[in-house]
Design a protein around this ligand. Structure first.
Ligand SMILES: Nc1ncnc2c1ncn2[C@@H]1O[C@H](COP(=O)(O)OP(=O)(O)OP(=O)(O)O)[C@@H](O)[C@H]1O
Length: 330
């Protein structure tokens, strides 16, 4: 079914010399040019009031640019019918705004129903999406929003936004209203979900950890939406482009970099000649340096075995981790 396959309906987004001056004279965005690749998750981050939400809301025409153009899949959104446009673009906000008098199924099925899908297809689609976001359709489908936790409501919001297989998903602080533990879990689940659906996603956050965890790319904005750096998280953390980004990224960036630097396959030491003792620390080769370090800290062997599935490939020591982190800086 189309919710679970890799979507080929993701569209690139281009902001072309976009500016926004509000009616009271506030210049929220000034001359922003930014290209978002189809199927990637781009995070917009920057200090409060720097124009992030304004940028996001120009994509679905909740805000109209004063000058410049926003192109979705090469088409200027100014020429699209706003209602039709918003059906093609999912939108998830902090307090998700579910319809209180409709069940979870009713909420998720809103857009497919609007599009005139037959009832059986709407139900099938809704149940599939609820499963995709980790909610059992039989249990949660008939509930009303007030019968859900904050995290569950947020998942229903994501399912609703995905319902019509949108080409773009806009997310404005989608996880900030839930408590930190639930937030981390939702972020991890969302990352996995994105690996499945591969939408073009633009996500606004204040939270650098969230940006690093979720973003394929991070765009750091200063006031008036001035773009400071637009890079993959590991590159941004390793090499802030200027003082603004360096300060924004902060002193703990080495720790964050551990979490985005892959284990170096080519820098593993050979396995010890004798079989490693039982219970020795091990980590998957698909993991990050942070995973390797966590495994090391939980063991007293002084090294950690790196495995591909069940097969041991080699070992890493704390020095190797240090060197790999240093190397990724180059
Ligand atoms: N409707 C409006 N009328 C006038 N000024 C506005 C309007 N909406 C936003 N602004 C101003 O535009 C600037 C950018 O606002 P925006 O909400 O885009 O920033 P933001 O980076 O998303 O902020 P935050 O992180 O605090 O949510 C701010 O100075 C804000 O006060």
């Amino acid at each position: 079914m189309d919710g679970t396959r890799r979507s080929d309906s993701a569209a690139p987004i281009r902001f072309e010399a976009v500016s926004k001056r509000y009616a009271d004279g506030t210049v929220a965005v000034e001359d922003l040019t930014l290209d978002l690749a189809a199927g990637e998750l781009t995070v917009l981050i920057g200090p409060s009031g720097c124009g992030k939400s304004t940028v996001l809301r120009m994509v679905n025409r909740l805000v109209e640019p004063t000058s410049g153009r926003v192109l979705v899949d090469g088409e200027d959104v100014a020429e699209a019918d706003p209602v039709e446009l918003r059906r093609r673009i999912g939108y998830v906000i902090q307090h998700v705004g579910l319809f209180p008098h409709q069940t979870v199924r009713g909420n998720v099925g809103t857009v497919p129903k609007l599009l005139g899908w037959p009832k059986s297809q709407v139900t099938e689609r809704t149940d599939e999406l609820l499963e995709l976001v980790g909610l059992d359709p039989a249990r949660f489908g008939p509930r009303y929003p007030h019968e859900l936790s904050g995290g569950q409501r947020q998942r229903v919001g994501v399912a609703r936004a995905l319902a019509a297989d949108p080409v773009v998903l806009l997310m404005d602080e989608p996880f900030s209203a839930v408590d930190p533990i639930v937030r981390t879990r939702l972020q991890d689940e969302f990352r996995r979900l994105q690996e499945t659906v591969r939408k073009t996603i633009l996500l606004v956050t204040h939270d650098l950890d969230e940006a690093v965890r979720l973003g394929d790319r991070i765009a750091v904005l200063a006031e008036r939406g001035r773009l400071q750096q637009y890079e993959r998280p590991a590159v941004l953390l390793a090499g802030p482009a200027n003082e603004f980004v360096r300060e924004f990224v902060g002193a703990d960036r080495a720790i964050k970099r551990l979490g985005v630097t892959p284990i170096p396959r080519d820098a593993l030491r050979p396995l010890p000649a004798s079989d490693p003792p039982d219970g020795v620390a091990a980590v998957s080769v698909d993991g990050t340096l942070q995973d390797a370090l966590a495994a090391l800290l939980g063991a007293d062997s002084g090294w950690v075995v790196v495995r591909d599935g069940a097969e041991p490939l080699g070992v890493l020591t704390p020095d190797d981790i240090h060197r790999a982190l240093h190397r990724s800086n180059a």
